[in-house]
Design a protein around this ligand. Structure first.
Ligand code: C2E
Ligand code: MG
Ligand code: MG
Length: 615
């Protein structure tokens, strides 16, 4: 049965929706085959423009040519060498239709005869992203063919579906690369290291798995005296030597600053790992010339082993870190292998472990709140509860200091329940005074909580107990958790959704893993991680990422919140690109409960960038 043009466009949309980078070519080819059939043309192709190298790249074609020469002359075509049709596709904004001239004139006829090709009709449909032509769809009919305006409109709609897909895949690729690599050295980053160790330490893997935790001694002095450029340069040289000397195969990661981890691929005893550490240390001690000065920096190394099926990634990294601390506190330029009594010295950690339980009982935990604002108007749209610990001797502790410990001692559930109850109770008090009626309470959830039995019910019951409507509570989860146990997570999120609770992905962009699941998870909001936002306005790389995330959010129909807006430039840049929800020190610091109540009563925070373009 012949399909209407609308049905054809809808069918294309449906097929392209689930495509990712890996399936793009195959699905595109299938769609082209259907279009060839539907429009009764002979050839169809999809090409992407690469404006960096001024070329167009073949993505899919139908029918697939037989006997494609190697290299394929059509695979990558530089606009400079292209025939006029391809060249026109570089910046075309409107559909171009080429039809054979009626072969009345002698010249034309002679050309056709000489080339032995009949006149062809060709429709080139540009793919557009904003004002950039990102590629084209081509349809070739041997002989003459008329395209009706309705057909051309359908082609336009189809090209725009392909353009959206292309933008989404580009954004995904970019985020994925960024998520796995360290900018400065090109080494793996923390996330890649953790993924690798998770896999190596799974039950049944060969072990023991050794981790060497390296730290440059006194790098700070180079930064302080020679400047950051010199410090960066030094780190790059160090990374290069490490790559050359680490006796691969192995995984080498930079954890930020001057910390590196080497994980050899082959299982090792503690003695073997220590011997490797000594060889590395010798090699890394060689001098480096910076600005004509010869510098040496010694390195301290902590060594630890993990047994697959018994130890977790965080066990292993914590031990290696403790061994490193021991090496450093022995004066640096040392190697230490983890031993059990070192763990007793993790004093701070122990202290936290011991006192966390009583902190809850003694009311030493407090909540601060961070408003989330519509930057166009200053209106407070939501507020995020952030837990703090008023520690008797250590002062006000930030969650980063104790949440990790709580998780490792199976205490996250209890902590999370306290936070949820305390925040809901406070919110109810405000609501009972008619304050904060339109605002949403955002709560951070620990990964472990999410996969705990009965979590959905606890959440639903708590919200009900405090008489809050469920739509005014949103749970924030971090990316990594979503993926660790995707099936359980999916069920939990679906349950939460059904219970009417909103869901946000926190710190978005720092882990790529959730991207592939984003389409299938019931998520309402993405929060762009502050590391991409802080330098907006000065850092072009960050801007590219943020634009990619904005595009992703749009294509999935999600709300978007920028975290960590500290400067007016960042705020203006976000507004300019269509992201207006934000939180950050420019708008407000986290504040205590009574201050939050006062802000909510006022309903808005005066926004300082009055020149902001209102969209
Ligand atoms: P998060 O959920 O991404 O929360 C935002 C963090 O960014 C807060 O740090 C906030 O103070 C900080 N922040 C906000 N604006 C700016 C800014 O403009 N610049 C900078 N540099 N920082 C800004 P905080 O309170 O230290 O919380 C850190 C993390 O601890 C949170 O990150 C969240 O993941 C976790 N956390 C906080 N409270 C809880 C909780 O009750 N339960 C759980 N599981 N985690 C929590
Ligand atoms: Mg959060
Ligand atoms: Mg965050």
């Amino acid at each position: 049965m012949a399909r209407t043009l609308d049905e054809v466009v809808t069918a294309v949309a449906t097929q392209l929706m689930a495509v990712n980078a890996a399936t793009n070519a195959a699905v595109s080819q299938r769609v082209l085959a259907e279009l060839v059939g539907h429009f009764g043309v002979d050839v169809s192709f999809l090409r992407h423009n690469d404006h960096n190298i001024h070329a167009t790249k073949l993505i899919a074609e139908w029918p697939v040519r037989t006997d494609i020469p190697d290299p394929d002359p059509l695979a990558l075509v530089y606009f400079a060498d292209a025939d006029p049709v391809f060249a026109a596709a570089e910046n075309a904004k409107e559909i171009l239709v080429f039809r054979p001239e009626p072969a009345t004139d002698d010249y034309q006829r002679r050309i056709e005869e000489a080339r032995n090709i009949p006149g062809v009709t060709m429709a080139v449909v540009p793919m557009l992203s904003g004002d950039v032509t990102t590629g084209c769809l081509g349809f070739v009919k041997f002989g003459d063919r008329e395209w009706t305006p309705e057909e051309l409109n359908a082609l336009k709609a189809i090209a725009s579906l392909f353009a959206q897909l292309q933008a989404r895949i580009a954004a995904e690729d970019q985020l994925r690369f960024l998520a796995e690599h360290d900018d400065l050295t090109g080494l793996n980053n923390r996330r890649a290291l953790i993924a690798h160790l998770d896999q190596r330490l799974a039950p049944g893997q060969a072990g023991p798995v050794s981790a060497l935790f390296l730290d440059l001694d006194r790098l700070k002095a180079i930064n302080d005296y020679l400047g950051h450029t010199a410090g960066d340069w030094f780190i790059r040289v160090f990374a290069k030597r490490l790559r050359e000397g680490a006796e691969g195969p192995n995984l080498i990661a930079r954890l930020g600053g001057d910390e590196f981890v080497v994980v050899p691929d082959s299982p090792m005893t503690a003695d073997e790992a220590e011997a490797l550490a000594h060889r590395l240390q010798m090699m890394l001690r060689e001098r480096v010339s910076i600005d004509g000065e010869m510098l040496t920096r010694t390195v301290s190394i902590g060594v630890a082993l993990g047994v697959p099926g018994r130890d977790t990634t965080s066990d292993l990294l914590r031990r290696a870190d403790q061994a490193l601390l021991a090496a450093k506190s022995a004066g640096g330029n040392k190697i230490a292998v983890f031993s059990d009594d070192m763990s007793l010295k993790g004093g701070f950690r122990n202290d936290i472990e011991l006192h966390l339980q009583s902190a809850i009982e003694n009311g030493a935990l407090v909540l601060h709140y961070l408003p989330e604002v519509d930057m166009r108007t200053g209106e407070i749209l939501a507020f995020e509860a952030l837990v703090r610990w008023q520690h008797p001797t250590r002062g006000l502790l930030s969650p980063n200091a104790f949440i990790g410990v709580a998780e490792s001692i199976n205490f996250a559930g209890e902590l999370g329940r306290w936070v949820m109850r305390a925040a809901c109770a406070e919110f109810r008090t405000w609501r009972s005074k008619g304050i904060g009626d339109d605002a949403v309470l955002r709560l951070n959830v620990s990964p472990v909580q999410l996969v705990t039995e009965g979590f959905v019910k606890t959440v639903a019951d708590t919200i009900e107990e405090f008489g809050l409507d469920r739509g005014s509570v949103c749970l924030e989860i971090t990316e990594s958790v979503v993926v660790q146990d995707i099936e359980t997570t999916r069920i939990t999120l679906a349950g939460l959704k059904e219970a009417g609770v909103q869901i946000a992905i926190d710190d978005f962009g720092t882990g790529y893993s959730v991207l592939s699941h984003l389409k299938s998870l019931p998520v309402d909001t993405l929060k762009i991680d502050k590391s991409f936002v802080r330098e907006l306005g000065t850092n072009q790389g960050d801007l590219a990422i943020v634009r990619a995330v904005i595009a992703l959010a749009e294509s999935f129909g999600l709300e978007l919140v920028a975290e960590g807006v500290e400067t007016e430039e960042a705020a203006l840049t976000l507004l300019r690109h269509g992201c207006y929800r934000a939180q950050g020190f420019l708008l407000s610091r986290p504040v205590a409960g009574d201050a939050m109540e006062a802000l909510l009563a006022q309903r808005r925070i005066p926004v300082q960038f009055s020149a902001a373009p209102v969209r």
